[in-house]
Design a protein around this ligand. Structure first.
Ligand code: 9MR
Length: 349
C-alpha cells in the first residue's frame, strides 16, 4: 500500500490507539536520490573503512551531497596517547569527498566526552594547556581549510536535562564559557570561511534543554565568539510527539543563524513496547522522518545549511551496537530505500 502524505503524517501514536487498523508500509520500488529532491544539501555520516566497500561508496555517492566523518575527525582518532596527531583516516574521507564532488563537514572539535591521554598527560611546564588546545584546533581546522564547509566546534555542551552547561576537562582547564569562546576563535583563525556550529541532541524532545542551548548560543555571541551556525542532531524515536521537530526548528531558527539537522535517525528498537505492532512502529518512524523534512523545508532558504542522516543503511548505524535488531535509517541493509525514505521525500514537498 502506498501512503498519502497526510496518512503518513497522521500515523504513529494516533494509530496506536486503534488496534483494528494496521498500517502496512511498503518500501518504494523506486525513489529518486535524496540529494536530487531536496532544495538543500543532504548528508550522511561516513567511515573510512566502510568507504572501501564499493556498494557503500556507490550508495553514498548516489544519495548525498555532503558527508560527515562519523568518528575519525574526533580527538579519539586524531590525538595519540603521546599527543601526536594522525590524519590518515580523515584524509581518506576528505579525498573521497573531493573526488566525488561531495561537501565535507567537520565533526567535532570539542566534545566533553572526549579527553584523550595526550591532553590528560600533557606536560604543562613545557606546553601550557591553552597552547595545546589552540594548536589542536588550528591544526585540524587548518588541514581541511578550503574543503570543510562547516565545523561542529562544540558538541553537546548543554547538560542532559538542560540544567546549565556541562563540566568537562576543557571547562575545568579553561573556563565554562571561555573554553567554548576560545574554540570558536581558534577555528575561525584557521578557517575564515567555514560555518562554525554549536551542536546538541534531544533539542526536539526536551524543550528545557533547547532553551538552555539557545541561552548558551546567545552567551557565546555576546562574548564575541564567531558562532555562525546551530546544529540539532535529531536522534529520535517514532514515539516523538507530532509537532515536536517543527517547534524545535522554529525556536532554534529564531536566532537567524544557519541550521544543520546534523545526525538524524529514528530508532524503532528504543520505542519497542510503546507500540502495538511492527507496522505501527514503522508508521511512526515514517511520520517523524516526514515531519523533519517538512519542517526543515519550511525554514528560510538562507538558514537551511544541510540535513544530515546519521548513516544510510540500517546495518551501518551506531544504534546496532545497542540493539542489533534496530532499523533506524532510511535504507535497508542492502541499500534499498525504505518506506520512511519515501515519507521523508514526500515531506520535502
Ligand atoms: O555514531 C558514532 C559512533 O560510531 C562513535 O563510536 C561514537 C563515538 O565517537 O560517536 C557516534 O556519533 C555520535 C556523534 O559523534 C555525536 N552525537 C551522538 C552520536 C551517537 O552517539
Amino acid at each position: 500500500m502506498t501512503l498519502s502524505r497526510r496518512a503518513v503524517l497522521g500515523a504513529g501514536l494516533a494509530l496506536s490507539a486503534c488496534d483494528h487498523r494496521e498500517l502496512s508500509l511498503t518500501a518504494p520500488s523506486h525513489l529518486p536520490p535524496l540529494k536530487d529532491v531536496a532544495q538543500f544539501p543532504v548528508g550522511t555520516c561516513v567511515r573510512s573503512d566502510f568507504l572501501a566497500d564499493p556498494a557503500y561508496a556507490a550508495l553514498v555517492e548516489a544519495q548525498v551531497s555532503q558527508v560527515t566523518p562519523e568518528w575519525e575527525m574526533k580527538m579519539e582518532y586524531i590525538v595519540g596517547d603521546d599527543g601526536a596527531f594522525r590524519f590518515d583516516a580523515p584524509d581518506k574521507i576528505a579525498a573521497f569527498a573531493k573526488a566525488k564532488g561531495i561537501r565535507l563537514f567537520g565533526h567535532t572539535l570539542v566534545w566533553y566526552i572526549q579527553k584523550p591521554k595526550g591532553f590528560l598527560n600533557l606536560d604543562e611546564a613545557k606546553t601550557p594547556f591553552a597552547t595545546a588546545y589552540r594548536n589542536y584546533i588550528t591544526t585540524v581546522v587548518g588541514r581541511y581549510r578550503g574543503q570543510v564547509v562547516g565545523w561542529d566546534v562544540v558538541n553537546e555542551a548543554v547538560a542532559d536535562e538542560g540544567d546549565g552547561w556541562r563540566d568537562s576537562l576543557w571547562s575545568q582547564k579553561l573556563g565554562k564559557l571561555e573554553h567554548m569562546t576560545l574554540a570558536f576563535h581558534h577555528a575561525r583563525e584557521a578557517d575564515p570561511d567555514a560555518v562554525l556550529f554549536l551542536n546538541d541532541f534531544y533539542l526536539e524532545l526536551k524543550p528545557k534543554k533547547r532553551a538552555e542551548f539557545l541561552r548558551l548560543a546567545e552567551a557565546l555571541l555576546k562574548a564575541g565568539a564567531p558562532l555562525t551556525g546551530l546544529g540539532t542532531q535529531t536522534h529520535c524515536g517514532p514515539e516523538l510527539p507530532p509537532g515536536a521537530i517543527k517547534a524545535a526548528l522554529a525556536d532554534i531558527a529564531s536566532l537567524g543563524l544557519p541550521i544543520h539537522i546534523s545526525e538524524m535517525d529514528v530508532s524503532p528498537a528504543r520505542a519497542r513496547g510503546l507500540f502495538k505492532s511492527r507496522a505501527e512502529l514503522e508508521a511512526g518512524q515514517a511520520r517523524v522522518y516526514a515531519e523533519a523534512a517538512e519542517a526543515f523545508s519550511q525554514l528560510p532558504a538562507r538558514q537551511r545549511f544541510a540535513f544530515t542522516h546519521w548513516g544510510l543503511r540500517d546495518k551501518d548505524s551506531w544504534l546496532k551496537h545497542e540493539d542489533p535488531t534496530d532499523t533506524p535509517l532510511m535504507f535497508d541493509d542492502q541499500g534499498r530505500p525504505k518506506a520512511c525514505a519515501a515519507a521523508w521525500e514526500r515531506g520535502l514537498r
